[in-house]
Design a protein around this ligand. Structure first.
Ligand SMILES: [Fe+2]
Ligand SMILES: [Fe+2]
Length: 156
């Protein structure tokens, strides 16, 4: 994978992460004063760290972090406004899981490609791995919450 391809791939993540910051911030307002609202707020903060760490790497490679646009809507086949205005917690969590899984798949693909290219940029690889772990943790909380709603389990 040449440098230009890597920069454009990282830009895709940059846009995805930035879209997620906006989405989770909107959700934290929709569900304010509830525990899920607090989780969305914290998730937005973590996605912002991903925006920042990917942006830094793009700059180090000589690129310019740039927003491709709305990439969430085509991913899940819903209009942007419709996405942000979801008010049911279960629907919200389901959409979030789809997006997180897309992010995880793409991080995994990129890590595989870097590995097969014998990439020596260890710092970049570690960032991608850690971002992947964060997405995994988000997915697991969202999933657990859906199960708790379905079975009316007590949870915060
Ligand atoms: Fe992320
Ligand atoms: Fe995430």
């Amino acid at each position: 994978m040449d440098k230009k391809d890597l920069i454009s791939k990282l830009n895709w993540f940059y846009s995805l992460e930035l879209n997620q910051v906006d989405l989770y911030n909107a959700q934290s307002k929709t569900f304010r004063k509830t525990y899920p609202g607090l989780v969305f707020e914290r998730s937005a903060f973590i996605e912002q760290q991903h925006v920042d760490n990917i942006g830094e790497k793009i700059k180090e490679l000589g690129g310019k972090p740039s927003l491709i646009g709305d990439i969430l809507s085509p991913l899940i086949g819903r209009a942007a406004g419709e996405l942000v205005s979801l008010t049911g917690l279960e629907d919200t969590l389901t959409v979030n899981i789809l997006i997180e899984q897309k992010a995880m798949n793409d991080y995994k693909d990129l890590l595989r490609r870097l590995n097969s290219d014998n990439c020596q940029n260890k710092e970049l690889i570690k960032i991608l791995q850690h971002n992947y772990v964060d997405e995994h943790l988000h997915t697991e909380w969202f999933r657990t919450k859906i199960i708790a709603i379905k079975y009316k389990e007590y949870s915060l």
